[in-house]
Design a protein around this ligand. Structure first.
Ligand code: COA
Length: 156
């Protein structure tokens, strides 16, 4: 997962330890944040070619896509779309299971560089809409973030 992320300059560059928190239920419970890492594996050897990391904040019901990438040679074959769908269903599952008020946030949120055409198209196609901008959010190079959201009630 780390190698795929490192090879994609537009993916978030995390320490290995951060990925581990997405694979450790004990830590999730301690910090009241549920985390999940979906991976896509292909071929007879089940090579890992993509991942998507989601989290849900249990107190507020706020869910977010934190990071995702697909290995370059496996792009444009629907893997990103499938990873995203899996995460959206996971977020909806959390909402259904947790005792939040009906007034709580029912969206999945994400930030993306507006210049990241592939990702913006992927998110728009998956039903995300623009919800605002975060000024100077990214560095190297500096760029605003496009804030996007997707209501999980409307999932097919
Ligand atoms: C963004 C990314 C995850 C998409 O993964 P993918 O597996 O190639 O995406 P899919 O094949 O599922 O594409 C689904 C839709 O996204 C859009 N899309 C994907 N790549 C695109 C591109 N290069 N240009 C325009 N639209 C694109 C299309 O609408 C596509 O549907 P279509 O193929 O029917 O036209 C991949 O390009 C990637 O890993 N990029 C680098 C890391 C990154 O930027 N992560 C996001 C950080 S916010």
């Amino acid at each position: 997962v780390s190698a795929i992320s490192n090879a994609a300059s537009t993916a978030a560059q995390w320490e290995l330890e951060t990925y581990r928190t997405f694979c450790s239920p004990a830590e999730e419970t301690a910090c009241k944040v549920a985390k999940v890492l979906f991976v896509a594996c292909v071929g007879s050897r089940q090579n890992l070619v993509g991942f998507a990391a989601f989290q849900a904040i249990l107190a507020t019901g706020e869910c977010g896509l934190e990071n995702m990438a697909v290995a370059e040679e496996s792009r444009r074959s629907g893997i990103g779309r499938r990873l995203l769908s899996s995460g959206l269903l996971w977020c909806r599952g959390w909402r259904a299971a947790a005792p939040w008020d009906s007034g709580q946030d029912e969206n999945v949120w994400l930030e993306v560089r507006p210049s990241n055409r592939a990702a913006v198209h992927l998110y728009l196609k998956a039903g995300f809409i623009e919800a605002g901008r975060r000024s100077g959010y990214y560095s190297h190079p500096i760029e605003d973030a496009l804030l996007m959201r997707r209501n999980t009630y409307l999932l097919a």
